[in-house]
Structure formats: structure tokens, C-alpha cells
Design a protein around this ligand. Structure first.
Ligand SMILES: Cc1cc2nc3c(=O)[nH]c(=O)nc-3n(C[C@H](O)[C@H](O)[C@H](O)COP(=O)(O)O)c2cc1C
Length: 253
């Protein structure tokens, strides 16, 4: 324990401005230690968030344009899954979250695909109000979007389904998402049965009606930009009563 504390103090004393190198050093140092040591180290994992200022002027008047800019920045900088986001649903006052992938966006909203009979699908049917959270650590940014989810058209879902790799579609069809299954073998057998049936394209694999997309129609955006010394920028956009224009405000971090 004393050695661990000394190690962390040594690494923290390096005072890296961005903190990224510091975390790298901490990781290298911790690799020599046992996994349980991370429990002690977690409070010391710290980096400065040195994002460029998010001024009212930079935020502009259209949150969708700002989303496009932030998404492009994230896609350029992220190693993986800049399009992944946490999707929260809430039924009977009980929120539930999971990660999904953004597969389309335009002025109307944000599209992801899933099993309509999954937990999230049933929760959205019960309460279409959802919350989205993107975390883009490379650019010290977080984005929260609150809105309502609605099913996209069958045609739109078909186009996306038909663009996916065959194996991904086999899994989507074979997996009764969110249901209890007796074993992994049960799923693998269902998948290989389907693979046989549809092998060599003898019988095309069609999108099942319980799988498709949802579009999230945004009502509120919050753009969070990490800044030095934890005095971060937070700009929100709330839809005005005309249903078109947006009211922009700044929140305390
Ligand atoms: C990086 C990542 C991307 C994912 N993308 C999707 C997705 O696009 N659609 C989906 O249904 N599940 C996706 N999942 C799985 C979900 O997180 C979740 O386990 C699954 O949808 C079942 O959630 P539910 O039981 O709350 O409905 C993804 C998981 C991860 C970690």
C-alpha cells in the first residue's frame, strides 16, 4: 500500500498539462501491480480537460449544426465508436441505460436500430421520452439530448438491414434480445440453423418485423465542453413554443 501510494504520488508529481501522459504512466506503473490495486488508484486517476472555449458565439443558434461539427470532430479524433451513445429510457420512474450506435442523423433527428421487442423497445412503447448521452473523451466533450423516440418507416429499416453484413443480420434475427436463454449454445444453434437455411442466398434473409430503427426527435440539447480547472462550459438549447426555433442559455458547470 505504501509502495502504491508512493507510485501514484510520483506519477502525479509529473504534472503533465493534459494529464494524458500522466494516465499513461499510471497505467504502465499499475500493470506491474495486481488488479485489486486499481481500486486504490481510482481516486487518483485525473486529467485536465483542456477543450477550446464553447462561447455563445461559437455555439451559434442551431444545435443540430453544432452537433454536426462536434460529431465530425469526434469521428476524426476517436479511436473507436464516436457514434456510440448511452440511451436511457424510463418507465414507472425507473430509468434504464444502455449503449447503442447512432446510424443516421439529419434535421429530423437521430436514428439507431434495435429489436423492437427488447427491453428498450418495450420501454419506449410505454414511454417514448428518452435521453441520449454522447461522451467524447478525446475532445473533452459530452452531449446530452432529451427527446422522444418513434419508429422509423419499414422502408427505411429495410434499406439499413439490407446494408448490414450477413452474419450481423443472422444474429439480429436469431437473438430474442433481452430474453433469458438457457445457454449460449441455444443461440449458436439458432444462428447456424438460420445460416443453413439462407446459405448461398437460396432464400434471402429478410428483416423481421420486430427489428428496426427508432428516430429520436430532440427537444433539448446540452453541449458540455471540459475546460481547464474544472470550470467547464455548458450551453443548452430548448425548443421554443413555436416548435422550430431554439432558446439558448448557459448553465453553471
Ligand atoms: C458499443 C456498443 C454498441 C451497441 N450498439 C447497439 C445497437 O446499436 N443496438 C442495440 O440494440 N444494441 C446495441 N448494443 C447492446 C446494448 O447496449 C444492449 O445490451 C442491448 O440493446 C439490450 O438492451 P435492452 O435489454 O436494454 O433492450 C451495443 C452495445 C455496445 C457496448
Amino acid at each position: 500500500m505504501v509502495i502504491l501510494k508512493a507510485g501514484i504520488e510520483h506519477i502525479l508529481s509529473e504534472q503533465e498539462p493534459s494529464g494524458i501522459t500522466m494516465i499513461g504512466s499510471l497505467k504502465r506503473w499499475m500493470k506491474k501491480r495486481d488488479v485489486a490495486s486499481w481500486r486504490t488508484a481510482v481516486a487518483a486517476v485525473r486529467r485536465e480537460y483542456t477543450g477550446e472555449p464553447l462561447t455563445e458565439e461559437r455555439a451559434g443558434d442551431d444545435p443540430f449544426s453544432l452537433f454536426e461539427k462536434w460529431y465530425a470532430d469526434a469521428a476524426e479524433q476517436s479511436l473507436f465508436d464516436a457514434n456510440s451513445f448511452v440511451l436511457s429510457t424510463a418507465v414507472d420512474g425507473k430509468p434504464r441505460s444502455r449503449v447503442v450506435l447512432l446510424k443516421g442523423f439529419d434535421g429530423k433527428g437521430f436514428v439507431f436500430y434495435t429489436n423492437y421487442e427488447s427491453d428498450k423497445g418495450r420501454e419506449i412503447e410505454a414511454n417514448p421520452h428518452v435521453c441520449v448521452n454522447f461522451n467524447w473523451p478525446e475532445s473533452f466533450r459530452q452531449l446530452r439530448i432529451e427527446g422522444t423516440a418513434e419508429k422509423i418507416s419499414d422502408e427505411e429499416s429495410d434499406v439499413y438491414f439490407n446494408s448490414r453484413p450477413f452474419e450481423s443480420n443472422l444474429s439480429a434475427v436469431a437473438s430474442p434480445q433481452s430474453r433469458k436463454v438457457s445457454s449460449r449454445e441455444e443461440l449458436e444453434m439458432a444462428q447456424s440453423r438460420l445460416r443453413e437455411e439462407h446459405r448461398k442466398g437460396m432464400k434471402p434473409l429478410k428483416r423481421p418485423s420486430n427489428w428496426g430503427g427508432y428516430r429520436i426527435l430532440p427537444q433539448k440539447y446540452e453541449f458540455w465542453q471540459g475546460r481547464t480547472g474544472r470550470l467547464h462550459d455548458r450551453i443548452i438549447f430548448e425548443k421554443n413554443s413555436d416548435g422550430k426555433s431554439w432558446l439558448k442559455s448557459r448553465l453553471a458547470p
